[in-house]
Design a protein around this ligand. Structure first.
Ligand code: NAD
Length: 258
């Protein structure tokens, strides 16, 4: 079998949090193109249902939508049960749901700080933990967490200390889980995207004045596209990445190099 065939995900069962739109939807689409069945997990159930229906009709795989808040342990457990009811197993988890708030540190309320940490860091812990428990029993699996280039640099000019701290936490959480579960065949890696054109960035009024500035700063002169994160995630999800765990993959068009 050639390398491209080996990278396929036929029959694998995957959940994607924040899968209704943006990076989650794009990566879920790639998983389906590679032959996997997916559960689209999102707070926005209406959009999740649309995405799942689109994936099923376009790719001839099974796609289901699940409403869950990744910050709520009961929701996450219920989500995991629904995935197992539908698919019978879990091979890959893409723990990707996240938000951003650009607020100066001195003005940030406790509630604003907590919301970002709860979704971006605790949400990744809860969903990776739920996935890990199932995968440890099954004898293996691959978990991919979404961090950010903001885990590596303090991007300017927007103030986003809670976002930066949450994403740095995702990387160290990823490494910790990778080491804890390494001998039991559960791999855990993260991706660190640079600026990507999604609703998070393109539809945020506070970010509009910054987008042109980012494009000027970026070595490639532009933001990334969600589909430019697909291949790394298909690689991490599949069996050819069997020696890759505890790693973080920066996909940022060299933004963190400057
Ligand atoms: P997006 O806003 O387009 O999509 C995020 C999805 O997550 C939405 O569908 C939303 O409903 C869902 N979501 C939010 N809170 C949730 C919760 N508590 N429980 C379940 N679902 C929830 O965002 P995106 O740009 O696709 O970002 C996806 C991930 O990538 C995030 O973790 C983000 O921090 C990260 N990221 C994005 C960029 C970028 O430039 N867009 C760069 C680096 C990292």
């Amino acid at each position: 079998m050639g390398i491209i065939e080996k990278m396929r995900l036929d029959g694998k069962k995957i959940f994607v949090t924040g899968g209704a739109r943006g990076i989650g939807k794009s990566v879920a689409t790639a998983f389906c193109e590679a032959g996997a069945d997916v559960a689209i997990v999102d707070l926005d159930f209406e959009e999740a249902k649309k995405t799942a229906a689109e994936l099923e009709s376009n790719h001839g795989i099974q796609a289901i939508a699940i409403k869950a808040d990744v910050t709520d342990p009961e929701d996450v457990n219920a989500m995991m049960e629904k995935v197992l009811d539908a698919f019978g197993r879990l091979d890959v988890a893409f723990c990707n749901a996240g938000i951003c708030m650009n607020i100066p540190a001195e003005d940030m309320t406790y509630e604003q700080w907590k919301k970002v940490i709860d979704i971006n860091l605790t949400g990744v812990f809860l969903t990776a933990q739920a996935a890990g428990k199932v995968m440890l029993k099954q004898g293996g699996g691959s978990i991919i967490n979404t961090a950010s280039m903001s885990a590596h640099i303090v991007n300017v000019p927007q103030p986003q200390c809670s976002y930066n701290a949450s994403k740095a936490g995702v990387i160290q959480l990823t490494k910790s889980l990778a080491v804890e579960w390494a001998t039991r065949n559960v791999r855990v890696n993260s991706i660190s995207p640079g600026y990507i054109g999604t609703e998070l960035t393109l539809n945020s009024p506070s970010l509009q004045p910054l987008i042109e500035q980012w494009n000027q700063m970026a070595p490639l002169g532009r933001m990334g596209r969600p589909e430019e994160l697909q291949s790394i995630c298909v690689y991490l999800a599949g069996d050819t990445s069997s020696f890759t765990t505890g790693a973080d993959f920066v996909v940022d068009g060299a933004f963190t190099c400057i």
